[in-house]
Write a protein that binds this ligand. Structure first.
Ligand code: NAD
Length: 349
């Protein structure tokens, strides 16, 4: 039977831990804020070493979802769920049903979606127990293509603002990780004349990018040092840190990965000092979230989705302009704008 324990955590509206001994479910759902609307965020399944590590991750991710929705102008809040376990062997239909029941008990404060370790087929099962979910297999399709769309728009704006070019033609972009987002991005940039350097721990992904998009392949350990106009992190978080930043050879950073800066303040300042333009990750990679909202919650068309994805460029321009005018980092300005929007909505309630 599903047991739910409520935790009180500062700055979070709700944090619940669900355990179901029959199915082996051990999950945490964190609702950071619903000031702007119901919280929407993926369910991640990962073999965390313990519950404390899982809680640390889910709180950080839920908070980031609040900022992502707010900076994107979406009427959504921030929430996230984590399931503790190995998705390759620990997942079962009954566990996903129990997860659905857990989501249902939050009465719509949290809307579940897929994330690492949880796919659309799992969400199909979750959907048998709750209507508060998006991203089933019959729904809006691969979010990676929309995330890459937003990143591509961001790179175009940076090219115009900071690199003195009106197009991507001839620009060199180094992509770290050619998975879903990175490969779609490679495709889009190649089609617009950009030269590509790629690295991935998956050799077949590199081979595909080389054969299809004429990409130069380099080693994952040195991709951040590639001589390029734009470095696009599209793999793991924390890749921009005191070890890597001094070795960057790019003019700008614009990618799809979450939590690219190991430390949001000091690493952003280090980039500013080096004169490297940084496009805040949660602003640029909001395309997947925007896709879910537009296609599934609003039931709008692809054309309406594309218009909203293009608007990521306007948000980026606003952040970069203000950052320049105020001598601040783009990361600090994006955070300020997002936090102000959430605070204004919270004060209206
Ligand atoms: P993915 O798993 O499809 O792709 C990640 C790729 O990175 C894989 O090909 C993997 O082999 C590679 N990789 C792993 N470690 C690496 C390393 N050390 N060096 C180089 N390559 C490495 O994931 P994805 O959906 O493309 O997401 C990529 C990033 O973007 C993640 O940080 C994710 O959280 C973020 N993101 C994704 C979406 C989306 O719509 N998919 C939306 C927002 C943010």
């Amino acid at each position: 039977m599903l047991q739910i324990e409520k935790r009180s955590v500062d700055h979070f509206e709700q944090v619940v831990v669900g355990t179901d001994h029959c199915t082996g479910l051990h999950a945490i759902i964190a609702v950071h804020s619903t000031a702007l609307g119901p919280s929407l965020g993926g369910v991640r399944m990962h073999p965390y070493v313990d519950e404390a590590a899982a809680e640390f991750d889910v709180l950080r991710l839920a908070w980031a979802m609040t900022r992502k929705a707010a900076i994107s102008g979406l009427p959504l809040g921030g929430g996230k769920a984590v399931v503790i376990g190995d998705h390759t062997k620990g997942k079962s239909r009954d566990m996903m049903l129990a997860l659905g029941e857990m989501v249902e008990r939050l009465d719509g404060a949290y809307i579940a979606a897929e994330d690492a370790g949880i796919n659309c087929k799992d969400i199909d099962i979750v959907a048998e127990r709750t209507a508060h979910r998006v991203g089933t297999s019959s729904a809006s399709g691969d979010p990676g293509v929309s995330t890459a769309h937003g990143v591509r728009i961001g790179i175009e704006r940076i090219a115009r603002r900071a690199l003195g070019g009106d197009s991507l033609d001839g620009l060199t972009v180094a992509i770290q990780g050619v998975g879903s987002v990175g490969m779609h991005l490679a495709d889009m940039l190649h089609a617009r004349g950009a030269k590509l350097i790629v690295a991935d721990v998956n050799q077949s992904a590199c081979d595909y990018a080389r054969d299809k998009f004429d990409a130069t392949v380099t080693e994952p350990a040195v991709i951040h040092q590639a001589d390029c106009d734009v470095f696009a992190p599209c793999a793991l978080g924390g890749g921009l840190n005191p070890q890597t930043i001094p070795n960057l050879n790019c003019k700008a950073i614009a990618g799809g990965a979450n939590n690219q800066l190991l430390d949001e303040v000091t690493d952003a300042q280090a980039l500013l000092k080096r004169g490297i333009v940084y496009a805040p990750d949660y602003l640029l990679n909001a395309g997947g979230l925007i896709r879910l909202y537009v296609l599934e919650i609003l039931s709008e068309t692809q054309a309406e989705l594309d218009a909203r994805l293009d608007a990521i460029g306007d948000s980026l321009d606003e952040v970069l302009e203000r950052a320049e005018a105020e001598g601040e980092t783009p990361a600090a300005i994006a955070q300020q704008i997002a936090d102000e929007r959430v605070a204004a909505a919270a004060n209206k309630v």
